[in-house]
Design a protein around this ligand. Structure first.
Ligand SMILES: NC(=O)c1ccc[n+]([C@@H]2O[C@H](COP(=O)([O-])OP(=O)(O)OC[C@H]3O[C@@H](n4cnc5c(N)ncnc54)[C@H](OP(=O)(O)O)[C@@H]3O)[C@@H](O)[C@H]2O)c1
Length: 238
């Protein structure tokens, strides 16, 4: 039997490209997001290989139902990727700008991570992949909620990795930390920007190797090392 995956936040960017790559690798893939037109557009590309489910991850009360519907169709789930994310600069610390980031990147992320882990525990196997960011390494004076939310994801995923290591079930956890990838979120031409295709190929390779953590593209593992040791007085210049 072919493998199956769920990609949460697959209507654009990294999630959409990863779903496409998984289909080309023989997976049946359930994709979610708020934009139904985008879901329909992707479904048309390969109706036998995609399942679509409209879902706003901040509607926490719907998350379990969405998963149950998908599992009814897929049977078992080998891989779950949480790619939903929001990043918005917030120069004047407006709460209305911080809140959506925290709802999607923190609260909803934890909800989906937990549902996924519990599903894999029940199944006896499964692989959870979170798309965090190198932003999780340090603070940032322009976009505090986003950078802090990514640190939350880094630590949550590491916690689940530790939990999985102690579990009798065959559960794997991977934290993918991209640098700048050319999607809507990256907001224009930025230093060292990688194409979404290149980034996705590297992400898939890390997934296949069941890596605990992978910086995308690879050069970001060096930049991440530097980011970690630089004093805040230097980091704050960027
Ligand atoms: N691009 C980069 O340079 C970069 C760097 C580091 C990390 N990342 C991370 O990579 C992940 C994917 O980002 P991307 O670059 O691919 O950006 P993107 O194209 O903007 O994709 C974001 C995805 O999140 C989904 N999403 C947002 N709010 C949602 C909600 N309330 N409910 C459900 N889904 C929601 C969107 O779907 P709908 O709008 O249809 O709901 C969309 O599919 C994010 O976690 C981001 O933080 C990106």
């Amino acid at each position: 039997m072919g493998k199956s995956a769920i990609v949460i936040g697959a209507t654009s960017g990294i999630g959409r490209e990863l779903a496409k790559l998984l289909v080309s690798e023989g997976y049946k893939v359930a994709i979610t997001g708020r934009r139904e037109d985008k879901l329909q557009e992707i479904l048309k590309e390969n109706p036998k290989k995609y399942i679509i489910q409209k879902h706003d991850v901040t509607k926490l009360e719907h998350s379990e139902k969405v998963f149950n519907k998908i599992i009814e169709e897929l049977g078992v789930v080998d891989l779950i990727i949480y790619s939903s994310g929001i990043a918005e600069p917030n120069y004047n610390l407006e709460w209305e700008k911080s809140l959506p980031t925290l709802e999607v990147n923190v609260i909803a992320a934890a909800k989906i991570y937990d549902i996924s882990y519990n599903l894999f525990h029940k199944q006896g196997f499964g692989h959870l992949v979170g798309i965090s960011s190198v932003a999780g390494i340090r603070g940032n004076r322009h976009t505090p909620a986003y950078f802090a939310s990514k640190a939350f994801q880094n630590n949550y995923l590491e916690s689940l990795w530790m939990k999985a290591k102690r579990s009798k079930a065959d559960i794997h956890i991977t934290d993918i930390a991209p640098g700048f990838i050319d999607t809507k979120m990256a907001l224009g031409d930025t230093f060292g920007m990688a194409t979404v295709e290149k980034a996705t190929r590297q992400i898939y390779s890390a997934i296949k190797r069941k890596k605990k953590k992978a910086y995308i593209t690879k050069r970001w593992s060096f930049i991440a090392f530097i980011m970690r040791i630089l004093p805040a007085s230097l980091i704050m210049r960027f």
